[in-house]
Write a new protein. Structure first.
Lengths: 253, 219
């Protein structure tokens, strides 16, 4: 694979929280318009790795990183505008966290912050974002009602719409369906498949079946190391490393 | 982890049934072989009757395997093992059918010693028994070396098959009035040859289960 086609190229990434090393010599590349699943037991470093990609770890005291992370060929630890990076690389969290305001304002919040004031442009953006998050049909008659009145699954799709509204390029998702029922989970998973045509998606999940269902490639982390990174079908049918096999088969973790 | 313990226990139960099925098919082939040697029509009829037991075991094992897949969602080697269960039972069931074919021939050709070619058929069935036992154990013990050894035995069956066909063809030329019986003999030998192929399929499935790749053993 030509490096020019990679959305991210990570080389020998080490990360410490104070004295504790959380990532050890992690190297992987993420292809554009694919879904990459990161799996591993709690504390293995997968969420830390996810937060490296939009430099969210910068917000934590005492974090030190070494190694290279290239986003579209540019070193994200070099001369980059972090605000711009986080606009391009959006994050969806485990629990839906809508702002205590209307559905419309939840979506319009980001674009307004980024300077879009025109009412018509905002209307269009809100509608498009909701449609792309497969939520528009369910909320089009109540755009000005409180977002907190939506179900959990709808709230999570609203949060996805909110990220889409700032027109990102990459979606990072940290266990986006762990708080949702199976029907809402299925809707989000179907949505992910749609979204990967336009975005590159990296998802942390504790749900093995979900990783198997939605992702193109899967990375297995253990004690801060990337143990195995391969096509999802290979990881779940014929993993090369005994530790991967043991983890996905429920022998530990 | 409770689910893992449960999975292991269920799989052990299922594998116990596979051992029963493999042993049953081997026993049927051995009975058919003895029936052939001793012209024992009663024993041959037993083999015919056993076929239903083998078929019932196949369905029971496959249902258990399907339930395990549905409830435990196995992956990687666990999943390959369950996929292999279906291949093992399917091929054992077919092998069982071929043991029945041999038994039927014993019944049909009872009292016709002149045209038996018993030694070649006996040799094929003998090798078939060894292959069935070896393949079943190779599956249960996850033993790919044994699977490869067993698959190689199929050459012996193929060799006997070809020799038998040649001999029967020349006998047919000598005694054209015996053509019908000769045809049955050739057909039965063909069934035993297929039995060897089915056991070879089981051996290939064992390699797939362990190594995650498809191999052709004994092409």
């Amino acid at each position: 694979m030509d490096a020019a086609m990679h959305k991210f190229d990570v080389e020998n990434l080490d990360l410490w929280y104070g004295q504790t090393q959380a990532l050890r010599k992690v190297s992987l590349d993420i292809e554009a318009n694919t879904i990459t699943a990161l799996i591993g037991p709690s504390g293995c470093g997968k969420s830390t790795f996810l937060r490296v990609l939009d430099r969210m770890n910068d917000l934590i005291d005492g974090v030190r990183t070494e190694g290279k992370v290239l986003y579209d060929g540019t070193d994200i630890f070099g001369e980059v505008d972090v605000i711009e990076l986080r606009k391009k690389v959006g994050m969806v969290f485990q629990k839906p966290n809508p702002f205590p305001m209307s559905i419309y304002d939840n979506i319009a919040y980001g674009p307004r912050v980024h300077g879009i004031k025109d009412r018509k442009a905002l209307d269009e953006l809100v509608e498009r974002s909701l449609a792309n998050a497969a939520l528009l049909d369910e909320v089009k008659d109540k755009l000005h009602k409180p977002a907190l009145g939506l179900s959990g699954g709808q709230q999570q799709r609203l949060c996805i719409a909110r990220v889409l509204a700032v027109e990102p390029d990459v979606l990072l998702m940290d266990e986006p369906t762990s708080a949702l029922d199976p029907v809402s989970t299925a809707k989000i998973e179907t949505l992910l498949d749609e979204l990967k045509r336009r975005y590159t998606i990296v998802i942390v999940t504790h749900n093995m079946q979900q990783a198997g269902r939605v992702s193109d490639r899967t990375g297995f982390f253990l004690h801060g190391e990337l143990i195995e990174y391969a096509a999802t079908k290979d990881i779940f049918f014929n993993p090369k490393d005994e530790r991967t096999e043991n983890y996905i088969s429920g022998r530990f973790g | 982890m409770t689910t893992r313990i449960q999975f292991t226990e269920e799989l052990a139960r299922l594998n116990h049934d596979i051992l029963t099925m493999g042993t049953k098919v081997e026993e049927d082939l051995r009975k058919a072989l003895l029936a052939l040697k001793n012209e024992d029509v009663a024993l041959a009829r037993e083999v015919k009757a056993d076929d239903e037991l083998v078929n019932a075991l196949q369905l029971k094992i496959e249902d258990q395997a399907a339930i395990l897949i549905a409830t435990q969602q196995p992956v990687a080697r666990d999943l390959r093992e369950l996929v292999t269960v279906f291949k093992v039972t399917d091929n054992l069931e077919r092998a069982g059918d071929h043991a029945v074919h041999l038994a039927k021939m014993v019944i049909k050709l009872a009292g016709e010693p002149a045209f038996r070619q018993a030694s070649r058929l006996e040799s094929m069935a003998e090798t078939g028994c060894e292959m069935l036992r070896g393949a079943t154990l190779a599956y249960l013990n996850h033993d790919t070396a044994e699977a490869r050894r067993v698959a190689a035995l199929d050459d012996g069956i193929d060799h006997e098959h070809k020799a038998l066909v040649d001999e029967v063809l020349s006998l047919m030329r000598e005694k054209p009035d015996q053509v019908e019986r000769a045809e049955r003999l050739i057909k039965t030998a063909g069934f035993l040859e297929r039995l060897g192929d089915h056991v070879t399929n089981i051996c290939e499935a064992v390699v797939f289960m362990e190594e995650g790749r498809h191999v052709e053993l004994n092409e």
